[in-house]
Design a binder for this molecule. Sequence first.
Ligand code: ADE
Length: 225
Amino acid sequence: MRIDVLTLFPEMFASPLGFSIVKRAQQRGSVNIVLSNIRDFAKDSYKKVDDKPYGGGAGMVLMCQPVFDCLESVQKQDSQPGRVILLTPQGKKFDQPLAKELAAEERLILIAGHYEGFDERIRLGTGALEVSIGDYVLSGGELPAMVIIDAVVRLLPDALGDEDSAANDSFSDGLLEYPQYTRPEEFKGMKVPPVLLSGNHKEIENWRKQQALEKTKKQRPDLLK
Ligand code: ADE
């Protein structure tokens, strides 16, 4: 998979992309992440990419021209046109089913805006899917883009060491994940549930299903509806 990110702050991505599963997935060639700086496509000598909103109001608005030129440039770099995604608090809420859907694409192009917002013609003219990572406002689309990359890349074949790890994740079957324990058997008086030490795989599976259901009922009853 190829993932392009169009951003004004490519440096922000170095650390989240440089560790753990996402780093390994890149090293193995499961994903190629390409960062492009929207500012490189500014036309004037000040490298201006934003301007005051028509009609007045606070803040600055990301201009069309640098974004469209940047998008056109990255689209030309690969034969796959790519699924274009615009990060915005007004978008469709990102969740595990959407992560799975995006993980099946050959190419994603994430556009991370900054400032007060984008010129509306960026939404209209790119035909992008607008995606939000939650009902709160961040200072830009960079963190949301990193969240999406992380959630998508760990679903790619070969990204996780253990084949089964993603299958047991919270949300993968509509439930939260069951509790996990590792050594020691007792810590500060808290004991590992005996069933997990029993070696009885059928009972362990039943216990985990039951726990996942109870945890979901308690923490996220909305998921059961
Ligand atoms: N940009 C600012 N806030 C955002 C959010 N919650 N999701 C996606 N993009 C954003």
